[in-house]
Design a protein around this ligand. Structure first.
Ligand SMILES: [Zn+2]
Length: 80
């Protein structure tokens, strides 16, 4: 009922962002694309699991980057 009034200005980045296809990061067609540092890329080559510094959520249809997650919790959820 009061959903709109709940949207405060204290939230700088809206979680629900959609691309031109109207897909959000919850859509199966939006794929996480880990972004590694140069050092992280090197450790990947060595066979060590590196933690990406950020994860881009990219739409597999239009290729648009919908969201970039930098918090550790989200990053951990999307890497193995
Ligand atoms: Zn799209």
């Amino acid at each position: 009922m009061s959903e709109k009034s709940e949207t405060s200005k204290a939230q700088p980045t809206p979680v629900t962002v959609a691309c031109g296809c109207n897909l959000t990061i919850d859509s199966p067609e939006v794929v996480p694309d880990p972004r590694y540092t140069l050092m992280g890329t090197l450790t990947l080559i060595w066979g060590v699991t590196a933690r990406p510094k950020a994860i881009d959520f990219r739409c597999s249809r239009c290729g648009k980057n919908i969201h970039t997650a930098r918090d550790e919790k989200t990053i951990r959820e999307h890497i193995r």
